[in-house]
Design a protein around this ligand. Structure first.
Ligand code: SIN
Length: 482
């Protein structure tokens, strides 16, 4: 792996400042998606070890919340600095276990570190308020207090940024955290824990547990000491977690699947629209909840857009993420490849036309050809399901009303994108689209400073921005008799 600092590669869990294994000695292999080779083995913790981690976080909570916001910010800033100092090593670990191109992995390290810096700066701004009292002999104020011990379940597609987006907000607010990273990509999270340890974050404040999602998730949702559960992943799992968490009435934040429309109106700048399309579709090989899932293209620009997009897709270079010049890495595992094959086959059988790609890449394994497919209709699974791969599926439309109807014809509501040069239309569209985030003449919306999150079956709650801090704070109302 050629790390400058090999001690970043941790293969045990981090609980109460110690590196631990499963009581049973059981482990789970971590597989390089580009080669199928085992990179490492991490502990398969169960309910008992998870309970210990929750106890550790609960034990650390009283002291952590009592620190001043400025002190907590100090720990976070040291952690942020260490992550940037180790950017290259972290990017290598990330590419090895996730498969994304090294340039994207470096970008993710920066993006993920920014959440820590942002929330360190927000920590000192968790303001309450004074409220004009309806009584002459009473005064009303609100204060903000940390929710308590928080659990986070993070996905494999952004193994670093999704950990920091949740943890930095929680720690800044004064909460302590237990994180369960995806089994496919635990090494990045464990390396982050190593750096948190070096930053001096006290034992128990941040804990990382690895193992089967069911055992750990059930403990997270059932344990009375957990105040909040934050999950990023599939809608199906989110629904189950929410149902389980109901028994203990926890706060839940869910960032779930997406089915983002990418709408190109005839008045759009075609070059800009195509560049935006490449960015919205092929970042992380399309394995992102905010990836453009359905390209809706107006009749008048369809031909031009398709020609230019096909040229750009043909120029994408597929290969292992660590190779120079690679723009699309492997998919995460064979199940992802199989799912895409099924979606494409069904669409073609129903009349869709493959323009470019459409099959496994000659590299074999989990590599799939960047694909452009047109004639996609709402009756096809390709239109309705989250593709999570390098497949651009195009549907033609005739007017704005049809574009809105097609865009909103989904249970999901995370992101949407559209390209137009008509200002009035831009407002109409932005208001009409049923989703939490809208890119207008841009193909990428994610940033630390803006609220990330969705509606409908894409979940609820917001991450990043000042809203992200609120998710980990309770509002308490104080009524003073005077
Ligand atoms: C995600 O796909 O889950 C997150 C992507 C992002 O933060 O941009």
């Amino acid at each position: 792996m050629n790390l400058t600092d090999p001690s970043l590669l941790r293969s045990r869990c981090y609980v109460h400042g110690h590196w631990i294994s499963a009581d049973s000695g059981a482990f789970v292999p971590v597989i390089n998606p580009a080669t199928g080779e085992e990179i490492a083995r991490v502990p398969a913790l169960g309910a008992i070890e998870t309970r210990r981690a929750i106890d550790a976080a609960a034990g650390a909570f009283a002291a952590w919340r009592q620190r001043t916001a400025r002190e907590r910010a100090g720990f976070l800033k040291r952690w942020h600095r260490l992550i940037l100092d180790n950017q290259e090593d972290l990017a290598r670990v990330l590419t090895l276990e996730n498969g994304k191109p090294l340039t994207e992995a470096r970008g993710e390290v920066e993006y993920g570190a920014e959440f820590i810096e942002w929330f360190a700066e927000e920590a000192v701004r968790a303001y309450g308020e004074t409220i004009p009292s309806p009584w002459s002999d009473r005064r009303i104020v609100t204060i903000k207090q940390p929710v308590g011990v928080c659990a986070a379940i993070t996905p494999w597609n952004f193994p670093l940024a999704m950990v920091t987006r949740k943890c930095a907000a929680a720690l800044a607010a004064g909460c302590t955290v237990i994180v369960k990273p995806a089994l496919e990509t635990p090494l990045t999270a464990l390396a982050l824990a190593e750096l948190a340890d070096r930053a001096g974050i006290p034992p128990g404040v941040l804990n990382i547990v690895t193992g089967p999602a069911e055992d750990i998730g059930r403990e997270f949702t059932a344990h009375p000491k957990i105040g909040k559960l934050s999950f990023t992943g599939s809608t199906e799992v989110g629904r189950q977690l929410m149902a389980h968490a109901a028994s203990t009435l926890k706060r839940v934040a869910l960032e779930l699947g997406g089915n983002a429309p990418f709408i190109v109106f005839a008045d759009a700048d075609p070059e800009e629209a195509v560049s935006g399309a490449i960015s919205a579709k092929f970042r992380n090989g399309g394995q992102s909840c905010v990836a453009a899932n359905r390209f809706l293209v107006e009749e008048g620009i369809h031909l031009t857009f398709m020609q230019r997009l096909a040229e750009r897709i043909a120029a994408l270079h597929v290969g292992p993420g660590w190779e120079e010049g690679v723009s699309v890495g492997p998919l995460i595992h064979s199940r992802a490849v199989e799912k895409i094959e099924v979606l494409i086959a069904e669409a073609v059988a129903k009349g869709a036309e493959i323009i470019i790609g459409g099959k496994r890449h000659v590299l074999g394994g989990n590599f799939f050809e960047p694909t452009l497919i047109t004639g996609v209709r709402p009756t096809m699974r390709l239109f309705n399901e989250e593709i999570f791969g390098p497949v651009a599926a195009v549907t033609m439309f005739r007017d704005e009303a049809e574009a809105i109807a097609l865009a909103n014809a989904t249970d999901y509501g995370l992101a949407a994108y559209f390209y137009t040069q008509d200002l009035k239309r831009a407002w109409r569209m932005a208001e009409a689209l049923e989703c939490g985030m809208v890119g207008i003449n841009v193909g990428r919306v994610s940033t630390t400073v803006a609220p990330f999150g969705g509606l409908k079956h894409s979940g609820f709650g917001r991450e990043g921005s000042h809203y992200g801090l609120e998710e980990y704070l309770e509002v308490k109302y104080l009524c003073f008799g005077v």
